[in-house]
Design a protein around this ligand. Sequence first.
Ligand SMILES: NC(=O)c1ccc[n+]([C@@H]2O[C@H](COP(=O)([O-])OP(=O)(O)OC[C@H]3O[C@@H](n4cnc5c(N)ncnc54)[C@H](O)[C@@H]3O)[C@@H](O)[C@H]2O)c1
Length: 314
Amino acid sequence: MKILITGISGFIGSNLAEYFLDLGHDVIGIDNFNDYYDVSLKRLNAEDVKKRGGKIIEADLNAPLSDLLPSDVDYIFHLAAQPGIAAHVTLEEYVQNNIFATQNLLDWTLARARNLKLFVNIATSSVYGKEATLPEDAEPRPISYYGTTKLAAEQLVLGLVRTGQLKACSFRCFSVYGPRERPEKLYTKLIRSIYEKTSFPLYQGSEHHSRSFTYVGDIVEGLTSVIGKEVLCNGEIFNIGSDHEHTTGDGIRLIERIIGMKAVIDHIPPRRGDQLRTAAIIGKAKRVLGYLPRTDLESGLREQVRWYREKFLD
Ligand SMILES: NC(=O)c1ccc[n+]([C@@H]2O[C@H](COP(=O)([O-])OP(=O)(O)OC[C@H]3O[C@@H](n4cnc5c(N)ncnc54)[C@H](O)[C@@H]3O)[C@@H](O)[C@H]2O)c1
């Protein structure tokens, strides 16, 4: 099978690419290697993907895509996006990378990808708003540019299903962590600050925020479970994430225990647009896709610490 992955050099995209490559599939990806976070980390991810036989096109999804991407793909997994809730990222950047880039890819898909079995959109629990504790048919109430633009992207994809032009589904992922987690996210930042003996900036009150922290391997299993289930998936939205909740404080204590050292916490003002609680309601994904996240937080965090040590310390 031939699989196109957008955002292939990022955290989740590179893990997904390796999964398909290990199964012997043909994987081609596109990534613009933007500098939202340290580009050398994306280069490291890309090298790992290439070593396993993946091909990577370095280009922006907003560019003319006509002859850039292979038209004989069976599946498209669309992960490229401006992720995160960051004060320094402008609305224009969210709109450009989440809305316009998605529409440009969709235009290319309709014009070129004649053999496509399914377009798989990657959305986020941030579309639900302050509390992401609801099933897929609840009214989305995003409170950040990120959540709003990702919701718009999801609707651009599903709109084409409604008009019968595309077979597609969308996954709303919940708080993903694990090897290659982005450096500005909780665990990679925390692990690094402990090993480098620097202070860890913690948004005031966030230690009590509750999250469906989900191991990246369990996200990859959820995304790939669509293969062969195109008819069941077409037009559907699925929440995927762990159905166990932990507070950020629990996560910090676990990391301290695994590493055997304490973090030096520096409390900083709360972040605008942050969610108070996320709890993945995954009954639909369980029922339709047989989805079953299996990695408990401690085992997943041990893997992430092992990855960090191997890449950056040993
Ligand atoms: N990490 C999470 O916890 C999480 C949770 C929910 C949803 N998601 C979604 O999963 C997807 C992947 O997230 P991630 O955490 O791996 O982020 P990431 O930033 O590590 O990966 C995204 C990749 O897309 C690339 N990219 C961005 N804009 C592009 C453009 N215009 N053209 C080409 N490439 C572009 C970036 O260079 C990056 O390598 C995103 O769609 C995100 O919204 C992530």
